[in-house]
Design a protein around this ligand. Structure first.
Ligand code: ADP
Ligand code: SF4
Ligand code: MG
Length: 375
């Protein structure tokens, strides 16, 4: 049966010089810089060669996360969020994907560790919660058997009985009623919310220090979603995990994350603490996201459609600022800049980075006069 647990770190945009550093030679392990976070990603690129051209799914993303912290990675479908997390887990190894940049976890160089070591890390330090628990669970094995297998792969010294006791404990911990009975049931006997909890139990079976949750609550109704988020917060407090929360739902990140990374077309367009990015966004794309956010008094929409137009093709990324075909604020930037020059990610507030040609002072003015009143 597949090993489901994979863990994940979090992010803080490490900055330019480091993010542009060349990828290490294959097999040449690098030493983590002294300022590296628990998880530290610098200048990550993941490109997929296809018959139609190269898909630049992730194109120079940097962030760091420490234990006990949560980073939210936000963006429309196809912006490179999942591919980023898969790269951390080493899931593009042995595929045609071209991956470069640097990833350190607890000082260990994930770009160069052996496949065997990567598998160990996926069981012991990193775990992943997917959007769709059914895709991560085997239909022919009981939920308990799958958790027990996960435990025993990484703790071969544990007896089956010991692992089963731990599995029951974990199911109880994630709020599954009658765990001693439920442990022997099959995934289809669980409701959607219960399956999601069971997958979290599976992901936690080895006390991961890095948990990557990829749209963990998208398929759930609002009440169950709130319970799952609450559970993740409690577990984080207990295990001190670093969490990467991938979502298109800004409400979820505002509630869960310490820091937000907004992705557009494979790049970070805005990055910083929640107080900055959520409450004082400075990128026109972030303005669209926030002003279209469902309010408590309105129904939550299934999919985010923040600004008119479609996400860019990652094979033919628009020149200049990838967002320019959809941006209503190009007139505020120097003439022609938006359609010809890729903006750098620059600091625009405390630890707050933004990728936009509008001068910082003018952007802040637009936010105060046009955007803030609409929030
Ligand atoms: N194995 C692959 N081969 C080619 N393209 C891929 C592959 N995996 C993902 N992509 C493309 O990479 C882009 C980013 O995907 P993804 O990270 O899954 O987006 P999301 O932000 O919705 O999670 C998408 O355009 C997707 O089609
Ligand atoms: S650089 Fe230009 S197109 Fe891109 S977000 Fe800023 S104003 Fe809009
Ligand atoms: Mg995804």
């Amino acid at each position: 049966m597949a090993q489901h647990t994979t863990g994940m770190p979090q992010d803080r945009s490490a900055t330019t010089a480091a993010s542009r550093a060349a990828a290490p030679e294959k097999g040449a392990t690098t030493t983590a810089p002294s300022d590296a976070g628990y998880l530290d990603v610098r200048g990550l690129k993941v490109h997929f060669p296809t018959d139609d051209g190269v898909v630049k799914a992730v194109d120079g993303v940097s962030f760091r996360i420490d234990r006990g912290q949560t980073i939210g990675i936000v963006g429309e479908s196809g912006s490179g969020k999942s591919v980023t997390s898969q790269a951390i887990l080493g899931l593009h190894r042995r595929t045609r994907a071209q991956t470069s940049g640097q990833i350190w976890l607890d000082g260990e160089d994930l770009m160069t560790v052996s496949d065997e070591r990567m598998r160990e890390l996926r069981g012991n330090k990193m775990a992943m919660i997917f959007q769709d628990p059914l895709s991560a669970m085997h239909p022919y094995y009981t939920v308990g058997a799958q958790i027990i297998e996960g435990i025993r792969v990484h703790h071969p010294d544990q007896s089956k009985a010991q692992a089963k006791t731990r599995a029951i404990e974990l199911l109880g911990l994630v709020g599954i009623p009658s765990p001693a009975r439920r442990v022997d049931q099959y995934p289809h006997e669980f409701s959607g919310g219960m399956r999601q909890r069971a997958m979290i139990a599976m992901a936690l079976s080895n006390d991961p220090s890095l948990l990557i949750a990829d749209e963990p609550t998208t398929a759930l109704d609002v009440t169950v979603q709130a319970q799952i988020l609450d559970l993740m917060r409690k577990l984080q407090a207990e295990f001190g995990s670093a969490i990467i929360m991938i979502t298109h739902d800004l409400g979820v990140v505002a509630e869960m994350a310490d820091e937000i990374l907004v992705m557009y077309g494979g790049k970070a367009v805005e990055h910083g603490p929640v107080e900055e990015v959520f409450y004082r966004p400075q990128h026109p794309y972030g303005w669209g996201l926030l002003t279209s956010m469902p309010r408590l008094d309105r129904a939550r929409t299934e999919r985010l459609n923040p600004v008119p137009g479609n996400p860019p093709s990652l094979i033919n990324i628009p020149p200049g600022c990838a967002f320019h075909p959809r941006c209503a604020y190009q007139g505020e930037a120097p003439p022609q800049a938006c359609s010809t020059i890729v903006p750098d990610l620059i600091e625009c507030g405390p630890d707050h980075l933004v990728r936009c040609h509008i001068p910082t002072a003018r952007r802040a003015e637009i936010f105060e006069s046009d955007i803030k009143p609409r929030l």
